[in-house]
Design a protein around this ligand. Sequence first.
Ligand code: 3NM
Length: 218
Amino acid sequence: MKQISAGDMRRMLKLYFIMGSVNCRLTPAETLTQAIAGGITIFQFREKGPDSLRGNAAFDLARQLQGICREHGIPFIVNDDVDLAIALDADGIHVGQEDEPAGSIRQRLGAHKIVGVSAHSLAEAKQAIADGADYLGIGPVYPTSSKDDAQAVQGTLVIEQLRRSGLTIPLVGIGGITAGNVPPVIQAGADGVSVISAIAAAGDIRAAAQQLLDATII
Ligand code: 3NM
């Protein structure tokens, strides 16, 4: 099977929901089901932090959430854990700068699987593209309390720099994004937005996802 096209990737990235059990107010299954009803276009399982599930409990949750994604035709991406992505036959993986390069991950996963990389500067973005990433996550755009080791807030600067230097790779902005501050991220050149708390911690998850999706249309 072939590598995903940039056009398909761009459409998928419109509203990228990320979470693990520690981010959820409701059960993860209920949270994901409501987020899908609200219009998320791709999902990443990110089970991280001191209170996160480990071992079989994490595996079982991942499999449950993958099942919900499959029922609704939503791509299921695993954060960081290549072995988990392989064991589940996930649709793809998202990795950080400290992880294995995209190209060697793709060799282990299969050419058709989605490989996303976090980048925080033009240099990191160029390297990830050279390594064969399908998309980039650029952040933190705004202050976030969902990632302990987040880098300095950079607004939309890096996204603008990337587009100004002619890079066309599909990308999402991440970090502190809410329905109210989506437009500058899209105007800067992002194909979509990636959020944890704006959906997972919302009082009305479905409505929150709908509002975020609407806000990406400018
Ligand atoms: N990565 P929220 S910021 C997972 O800058 C993650 O690369 C980031 O959560 C980066 O939407 C972040 O609640 C947390 O701010 C995003």
